[in-house]
Design a protein around this ligand. Structure first.
Ligand SMILES: Cc1cc2nc3c(=O)[nH]c(=O)nc-3n(C[C@H](O)[C@H](O)[C@H](O)COP(=O)(O)OP(=O)(O)OC[C@H]3O[C@@H](n4cnc5c(N)ncnc54)[C@H](O)[C@@H]3O)c2cc1C
Length: 402
């Protein structure tokens, strides 16, 4: 068996892994970034909605996304559109973006191993993780590491093999077609709610260019046993709701993925090991978006791993600043978002029709903060106390937990 030694071994070439690898390498570490697929983002498992302020902060180039400035919602008997003057949301070209992030990690000095599937974990006599074993074109490679970063997404392959975590039990399952459309308002996204669209979740139309969009359905598991792929085909074939306004639809590519939905329940540092991105469950439960957290906390993981290696102490205690930093940044916001998610999951079709009237009272910025789960304490207090509409005040009081 071939043996390679690195300071940091990152498992998974998604946004979390590439970001962790880049920052660890920038901080002087030797880094292996291991991806099981033939190419980075060979399979797309995400809709790619994110926010332009984050995109700019991460240095992702303009050609990687389609800007969005209108946010439409529809329920069985209601529909609202909130419009902004400038685009603050975006739908990513997922392949371009993920490949850009991985290339940047490589340019910072990380060695990228594609077609390399991690299947076993190397442990010392105390059972601590000291690397991984992966198979690449029938060759087994031992990747020894001082710190392993588990950025393997939903699979959490390293933490699971070590017995630290179980398979996620509560998660979203999403099916989506990238389609060519005859007609499209390409700066307007649709979220579609109610039983017909999804019995526990929502359906969407996210434009990716002037004449292409992603149409998808997300369904909460184990809340509903409806298959999102079957429901998606029914919605497209029967041209339900705003899908009928797209005219002729040509399916180009199918995407399918799973995303954890258990809040921030997981411990994310162990001796010599950090979990990041979906592997750590870092997702906004309102729209199950995790890309920006994966990138941001991937960077924190890379930074903390490099500092621990420099200090010659990669114990759990030494890696704990990673967990402290990401929890400090999002924990209270995610806890508020979980309350909204619980409210939304329980709504009947009629209640959704009314909920849209409340959403319609929000300004574009208020709506964006809401959907982004950007529930800063002072903003929330202001909305709960001073918003001119009583139903909005009630919504924000509920989010605050009063
Ligand atoms: C249907 C759906 C729609 C979504 N829509 C959005 C959205 O609109 N906006 C948003 O922000 N988020 C969205 N998400 C969530 C988003 O995709 C994730 O939060 C994000 O991709 C997490 O990044 P990651 O790097 O942690 O994991 P991933 O992107 O899943 O990357 C993990 C990588 O690890 C690799 N890997 C796994 N096992 C191994 C192994 N054994 N050996 C080597 N490599 C391995 C995988 O091949 C993969 O490349 C969606 C998710 C789903 C399922």
């Amino acid at each position: 068996m071939k043996e390679l030694n690195f300071d940091v071994v990152v498992v998974g070439g998604g946004p979390a892994g590439s970001s962790a690898a880049r920052i660890a390498a920038k901080n002087g570490c030797t880094v292996a970034l291991i991806e099981k697929e033939k190419e980075i983002a060979e399979t797309v498992r995400t809709s790619g909605v994110t926010w332009i302020s984050d995109i700019e902060e991460f240095g992702i180039p303009n050609e990687c996304y389609n800007p969005i400035k209108k946010f439409s919602f529809c329920s069985p008997k209601n529909s609202v559109t909130i419009s902004d003057n400038i685009a603050k949301a975006a739908v990513l070209d997922v392949r371009k973006t993920y490949r850009f992030l991985a290339k940047r990690a490589q340019l910072s000095g990380s060695e990228v191993f594609t077609s390399t599937n991690v299947s076993e974990i190397l442990k010392n006599s105390s059972g601590e993780c000291i690397g991984v074993i992966a198979k690449s074109q029938d060759i087994e490679i031992k990747f020894k590491a001082r710190v392993v970063i588990d950025a393997s997404g939903f699979a959490s392959i390293v933490a699971r093999e070590l017995g630290y975590v179980d398979q996620w039990k509560k998660f979203g399952a999403g099916a989506e077609f990238e389609v060519k459309t005859e007609k499209l308002e390409y700066d307007n996204w649709w979220l579609m709610v109610g039983q017909e669209y999804s019995p526990a979740g929502y359906a969407w139309i996210f434009p990716t260019s002037k004449n292409t969009a992603r149409i998808g359905v997300g369904i909460g598991k184990p809340d509903s046993d409806v298959d999102p792929t079957i429901r998606l085909n029914e919605l497209i074939d029967n041209k339900i709701g705003p899908i009928k306004d797209l005219g002729e639809i040509e399916k180009i590519e199918f995407h399918y993925g799973l995303i954890p939905n258990e809040g921030l329940a997981r411990k994310t540092v162990y001796d010599n090991l950090i979990l990041v991105g979906d592997s750590a469950g870092q997702a906004n439960p309102l729209v199950l978006e995790g890309i920006r957290y994966a990138i941001r906390f991937g960077e924190v993981a890379g930074k903390v791993a490099a500092a621990a290696i420099k200090n010659n102490d990669t114990s759990e205690k030494s890696l704990m600043p990673y967990e402290k930093e990401w929890r400090h940044s999002i924990e209270s916001k995610i806890n508020s978002a979980v309350k909204v998610q619980n409210r939304w999951v329980g709504l009947t079709d009629k209640e959704w029709d009314k909920e849209l009237n409340i959403i319609n009272e929000l300004t574009a910025d208020e709506f964006l903060d809401f959907i982004r789960a950007d529930f800063g304490v002072s903003k929330m207090l202001k909305l709960a106390t001073h918003h001119p509409k009583m139903n909005v005040r009630q919504l924000f009081n509920m989010v605050k937990g009063t």
